[in-house]
Design a protein around this ligand. Structure first.
Ligand SMILES: Nc1nc2c(ncn2[C@@H]2O[C@H](COP(=O)(O)OP(=O)(O)OP(=O)(O)O)[C@@H](O)[C@H]2O)c(=O)[nH]1
Ligand SMILES: [Zn+2]
Length: 295
């Protein structure tokens, strides 16, 4: 039996598509029912068979991005990612909590983030309060920020240069422009989507799955569908704290270890709010994510 190495370009339910070194696609399934499910970006050993090939082994992952579904159960999204590109745009208006969820996820997995502010042609809206607040949030976290649009080739070239050779994952709300960015950075993306749909036998449905494309510069780009829920129940509260350093530090100044930051005396959080160094909206998001991860 011939066994070879390949990269998973799409995983869906019971099957996945792997790309050989020459780019050809093969539909495969895990060999045994209880085998771990491959995810987009995995490197695997597989053997050809009909109608589907078999995944024999998944190479050790450098990282695994999981997101919690609506019940909080973690679902593998992508593996072996070098950078998470968080895409926001004036439209649809950014969701600060969702942005924070991605920041927590990136920090927890130690995957560098980049904030890409898209649709700059809608310029007047680009300076809107929600956009500004998120830019500030990322600046405070030392997350690099870049701006651009699908109609600005120079900006896209800058993104390409800043991330050369890396495996990127584009994440963000539905409609912010992730697929448009993919088309711009990977000129063969449409062709590839056609091949993927044909090979998976799922027709158009496939385009709604997380998909990996090879970039012309040797890196790769993973386009993930926009999500409404990105629960973080599978992470620890300390992962949340890492994304809110000022708030986490302030809690160390509370007199009581179990301070609820309400009416307790000597509360570091209330002092931080009074001093203007804690944003009450950010505090609400921190509390919400702490609760989610504390269960
Ligand atoms: N004004 C403007 N519109 C853009 C730009 N880039 C993309 N769009 C439009 O935004 C809409 C959504 O773009 P997509 O690329 O499909 O967004 P997406 O993030 O992939 O959305 P999902 O696949 O649902 O997650 C489309 O109508 C695009 O034409 C841009 O730079 N400027
Ligand atoms: Zn307190």
């Amino acid at each position: 039996m011939h066994e070879s190495m390949a990269r998973v370009v799409m995983a869906s339910g019971d099957h996945c598509l792997v790309a050989d070194s020459d780019g050809s696609l093969n539909r495969c399934r895990p060999r045994r029912r209880r085998d771990p499910r491959p995810v987009c970006g995995d490197r695997v050993q597989w053997s050809a068979d009909a109608p589907d090939g078999w995944i024999d082994a998944i190479e050790p992952r450098r990282n695994l991005i999981e997101r919690g579904d609506f019940r909080g159960r973690p679902r593998g999204l992508a593996a072996n990612v070098d950078r998470m590109v968080l895409v926001i745009a004036p439209e649809p208006a950014p969701d600060a909590l969702l942005v924070d969820r991605y920041i927590v996820l990136g920090k927890a997995l130690d995957i560098p983030l980049l904030l890409w502010c898209h649709k700059q042609d809608l310029a007047s809206a680009a300076g809107s309060m929600p956009m500004q607040a998120i830019r500030q949030r990322c600046e405070d976290m030392a997350i690099p920020i870049m701006t651009g649009s699908t109609h600005d080739p120079d900006a896209l070239t800058r993104l390409e240069a800043a991330t050369g050779g890396e495996t990127l994952i584009l994440v963000g709300q539905s409609g912010v422009g992730k697929s448009s960015i993919t088309q711009a950075l990977v000129p063969t993306a449409s062709l590839r989507i056609g091949q993927i749909s044909a090979s998976s036998g799922q027709g158009r449905h496939t385009t709604s799955e997380t998909t990996l494309f090879d970039r012309p510069d040797g890196g790769a780009l993973i386009d993930s569908p926009g999500v409404r829920t990105l629960r973080l129940d599978h992470l620890n509260p300390s992962a949340v704290d890492a994304a809110y350093p000022v708030i986490a530090e302030a809690t160390r100044h509370c007199r009581f270890n179990d301070c609820r930051h309400g009416t307790e005396p000597d509360c570091g959080i209330r002092e931080g709010i009074a001093a203007g160094c804690i944003d009450p909206e950010a505090l609400k998001r921190w509390q919400r994510l702490r609760e989610e991860t504390a269960r």
